[in-house]
Design a protein around this ligand. Structure first.
Ligand SMILES: *Cc1c(COP(=O)(O)O)cnc(C)c1O
Length: 220
């Protein structure tokens, strides 16, 4: 394969190839460029190349960066991929177009309230603690069904499930498990796959890739 001349072109080429191998359409997979810690100057090249889907993990940082970039470039889809505190739910609902870390009943309540107030519904992924690692966040697998039912009762639009597998071990079994949990619960979306493992995630059915360092370089 010829080397692409920008990081975005390189990632796109790798996504296209993984989709081909998996017999999937490129359109089935969304590339979210995770721009956390990077400033407007670092984000500009991607915008200039036409990329419009971005993700951040902190409400405050996103509020500082994105309103101005949005005004200049239009059409931007912004995803929240980090843990969300309930007291930031209102801000998140006005700023983001999708939330990937719904992980507890209190956040279901806070989001439902924020949707009412903002008169706007934001689709969500439920984050699953797929490796049973407490510090990673996400709902325990045992409590997933209950949380899904609570979210459905509260009319939260659910796109699917999200996970961050344990570091330094083969991610495929965790991606496969997330896929099975989503299927068992009638959910279509799978937010999984980061810089180090997005090709594997595509093979296992990912619909939303969250890629940071492969696009922007290493974070400090
Ligand atoms: C930072 C982050 C990513 C992107 O990670 P890279 O390894 O830089 O691609 C993906 N998902 C979440 C939840 C993150 O916080």
């Amino acid at each position: 394969m010829e080397k692409a001349d920008t990081p975005l072109a390189d990632v796109e080429q790798r996504i296209a190839r993984a989709c081909r191998i998996a017999g999937r359409d490129r359109d089935e997979v969304e590339l979210i460029a995770i721009s956390k810690t990077h400033d407007a100057e670092a984000i500009a090249p991607l915008l200039e190349q036409g990329h419009r889907i971005f993700g951040e993990n902190r409400v405050q940082e996103a509020q500082a960066k994105w309103p101005e970039l949005r005004e200049r470039h239009g059409d931007i889809q912004l995803h929240m991929v980090g843990q969300l505190q309930s007291n930031k739910a209102e801000d998140a609902v006005t700023l983001f177009d999708c939330i990937h870390a719904l992980d507890r009943p209190s956040l279901v309540k806070a989001l439902a309230k924020a949707f009412d107030k903002a008169e706007r519904q934001v689709p969500c992924f439920i984050q699953v603690d797929i490796g049973e690692e407490e510090q990673k966040g996400g709902v325990a697998i045992k409590q997933l069904e209950t949380l899904i039912a609570q979210a459905r009762d509260a009319d939260i639009p659910l796109l699917g499930l999200m996970c961050v597998p344990p570091l330094e071990v083969e991610p495929a079994p965790y991606f496969a498990l997330l896929g099975k949990l989503a299927q068992d619960n009638g959910l279509a979306g799978l937010s999984m796959g980061m810089s180090g493992d997005f090709e594997t995630a595509i093979k296992l059915g990912a619909t939303h890739l969250r890629v940071g360092s492969a696009l922007f370089g290493a974070r400090d």
